[in-house]
Design a protein around this ligand. Sequence first.
Ligand code: SF4
Length: 236
Amino acid sequence: MKYHEITTALLCPMKYHWSKTLVPHNKESLRKIIYSAFSMFQRGFTKDECSSFIANTFAAKISAAPEPDQEDLIVKKWTALGLWTNFPFDRKEEIRLTYALFDKFEKVLAFSNEYTCILKDKNIESMVINVIRLPALSKRETENGIEFAMRCGYDYKFRPLFYYKKMLVRRTKKDFDRWEKDALAIKIYLETIEKTPFRNTAACCGKQDCDYLKICFDEDELKKQLYYTEVKNGPA
Ligand code: SF4
């Protein structure tokens, strides 16, 4: 189980259940595509080749998406290209994308189980990561979709300090011991909620609405087909 899946299951067991059975059509396209581009960059592809990968992947997604989802994908495409073109870091360094403000993210990083686990796996006590903020701009009444999308992209050029920051993650032996104890308890809890998933409505709306809000309280078959792809090997 990946760490983001554990976080999802702890936040809302029903969301975790849906995520294993239904994939939203434009699910995490921005994060996934940026992480894939970065992985290509680390393997030696040039920045321009990675930019082409981002542009082509979004172009394919936009042409395959139902009309109501297309504007959102166009905004994500320009955001991804702006983020990538202005990305100031070295190819050897790790990256992490977040919607959170840097000071909030730094606080989370200070005790994040995910990073305790990463450091433990690498058998190191500290590492530097490059944190990149995803934009939280709102569309102006005077803008059309393309203008808004381009503003999201260009904002990375005009406000680099708002979007890019290096952060140090450090853990002590005490942190690793505490993580092992917590991880064992979480494993037992996850085994229970996988059998009987329940809704935690406190997690429905945050910076972004839950991907399953459209169907969670009204399991409409047509909506499922329109917005999601069914995953056959998910839990019953
Ligand atoms: S809509 Fe709310 S209750 Fe339903 S899966 Fe999402 S977070 Fe959970």
